[in-house]
Design a protein. Structure first.
Length: 558
């Protein structure tokens, strides 16, 4: 028989279609070789249609190999969808192999989900965990779930399988929304801790105020997870009547409970919570302070006055003051800018940084730069001038170009550098034209800053304008101008650089040599070699480097 079956497989493509199907069905129902039965099922799955559901049922009933059984299931559901699903549901209870039961659940659920709710609920009680999970996942895709699913779903919660935990929570919540709230609330008294932990989550998702009294009661539970889940649920339900109870939870010994209470109070947004939350800005635990700031920001978004926050800025507690600065940034009210600008001069580095970020955040959120920030470029305090200049590096506003240019002559170098850095980010054509005007200014600070700015802009137009600086009396300006000009791709006249090889200051001679090397000026080789005897060894070294860059074989020409 085995040889005949092999022959069938070898000649199947040459057979008449009906004859081929019958031959394969015969092998599937009567072969003693499970691998042949398996192979026959594979061939049958390739056809568009086959006849004989009874033969398939018979084959399934007689089959003892799990792999082949699963393939027969696929045949039944592919060619006889409704009748096949009905048949497999009747066979589910009698199956010993968990893989077969799991496949029945999976295949029937996918092909006949609409009419399989009761079957899937039955499968929730399967002894095999994987089969339970499969039934749970499929059940979550159905539209209406009857109350009969509650008990097996709660039984699964006892196991607390994280893979399907959230699905079960959502399923039970769905049943609760259909009018079974009280029955679910009763499970809060269950002996199983996993079930009691899950009840607040379920009640929070049901979105029904009837659950609020039960949740308030659960705030007293000995288990911190139940308390934590209860405050989260009350926040989700926006339970304003629970505010007093929740404020008490801010003193809970467990940090996770306090953290989630703060978040919940922020969601509810009651004014009553403001004072107790402000007290938490002093907390040592950073996670508490962080969540408190976020919660207060949500509440203050609807407040007309920020006075309570301004009052915190006057307090001694540094943690509370830092929290208040962050809070002002999150609220996003431009009214806070004047206070924040003053904080840019704070003795505390972190407060300065927080104020800096808060001003930027407010400007971006409101999509406009407050006039008070532009005015602050002229502040008496250099720290404020510097930080405001840096702020405009992040939020460009062309109204600041003129006042930023005034800062190029500031008495503080940090302010000048900040203004230079910011101006270099603006329209290069516009800024270059203005910067050129300062190259001949009497104030050395302005001239130096203008040179730095033009080098930072780095366009050919900006760099070419530095030629006039090669004759400046300021050695730094000369040196920077040389470095800037060396960045040009095409320098037609290198005579000014060659002339500077004779400068008195060795720094200028070094800069000139380096520039000639970077430019790659072959016409300067002769002049460079003439200065190899410079009395400064650093200059000689720079000349040798320049010659090597221009022509690695320059020594052969000596």
């Amino acid at each position: 028989m085995s040889q005949d079956e092999e022959k069938v497989f070898d000649t199947i493509n040459d057979m008449d279609l009906k004859e081929a199907k019958n031959a394969l069905l015969t092998i599937l129902t009567s072969s003693n070789n499970w691998q042949h039965r398996n192979k026959a099922a594979d061939f049958l799955l390739k056809y568009k249609r086959i006849e004989g559901i009874d033969k398939l049922k018979n084959a399934y009933t007689k089959e003892n190999h799990p792999q082949t059984k699963i393939k027969i299931m696929e045949l039944l559901l592919k060619y006889f969808k409704n009748d096949g699903a009905i048949f497999l549901k009747t066979r589910y209870d009698s199956e010993i192999d968990w893989k077969v039961r799991k496949s029945i659940i999976e295949l029937v659920g996918k092909s006949d989900l609409k009419d399989s709710t009761d079957f899937l609920i039955q499968a929730l009680e399967d002894k095999d965990l994987e089969s339970k999970k499969t039934a749970t996942i499929l059940l979550s895709k159905t539209s209406n779930i009857p109350n009969s699913a509650l008990e097996p779903l709660f039984e699964q919660l006892k196991i607390r399988d994280l893979e399907v935990y959230n699905i079960i929570i959502n399923l039970i919540s769905k049943i609760g929304k259909q009018g079974n709230q009280q029955e679910i609330i009763e499970y809060a008294k269950d002996e199983n801790l996993n079930i009691r932990k899950a009840i607040p989550e379920i009640l929070g998702k049901m979105n029904n105020d009837a659950a609020i009294p039960a949740l308030i009661e659960m705030l007293k539970d000995d288990n911190f997870i139940i308390r934590k889940n209860s405050v989260k649920a009350l926040g989700n339900l926006n339970a304003s009547e629970s505010i007093e109870n929740m404020i008490e939870m801010l003193q809970d010994p467990h940090i996770e409970v306090r953290e989630n209470t703060i978040k919940a109070l922020g969601k509810i947004g009651s004014d009553i919570a403001i004072k107790p939350l402000i007290e938490l800005l002093k907390e040592e635990e950073s996670v508490i302070r962080k969540n408190t700031v976020k919660a207060l920001a949500k509440i203050f978004k609807t407040q007309k006055s920020l006075k309570m926050i301004y009052d915190i800025l006057k307090k001694r507690d540094i943690l509370a003051r830092r929290g208040a600065v962050k809070l002002l940034g999150l609220i996003g009210n431009p009214e806070a800018n004047k206070k924040l600008i003053r904080l840019l001069n704070s003795n505390d580095t972190k407060i300065r940084r927080l104020a800096f970020n808060a001003i930027i955040r407010i400007a971006r959120e409101n999509k406009v730069v407050d006039e008070s920030i532009i005015i602050a470029l002229n502040a008496k305090e250099w720290q404020i001038r510097k930080n405001v200049a840096r702020i405009f590096n992040k939020i460009e506003d062309e109204r600041t170009i003129e006042p930023l240019f005034h800062l190029l002559g500031d008495s503080k170098s940090a302010v000048r550098r900040a203004a230079t850095e910011t101006l270099s980010k603006f329209n290069p054509l516009k800024v270059t034209e203005i910067a050129k005007q300062f190259l001949t200014d009497d104030d050395w600070r302005l001239r130096r800053s203008a040179v730095r700015l033009l080098i930072k802009i780095g366009t050919d137009d900006a760099l070419n304008s530095l030629v006039s600086c090669l004759n400046d009396d300021d050695v730094y300006i000369k040196s920077w101008a040389i470095k800037g000009l060396s960045k040009l791709k095409n320098v037609s006249n290198v005579e000014p650089f060659i002339d500077l090889l004779k400068a008195e200051d060795p720094k200028l001679r070094m800069s000139a040599a380096k520039a000639l090397g970077e430019i790659g000026a072959k016409q300067a080789i002769k002049s460079l070699t003439e200065h190899l005897g410079d009395d400064n060894w650093e200059v000689r070294k720079e000349i040798e480097n320049a010659l090597t860059r221009i022509d690695p074989n320059w020594m052969q020409n000596l």
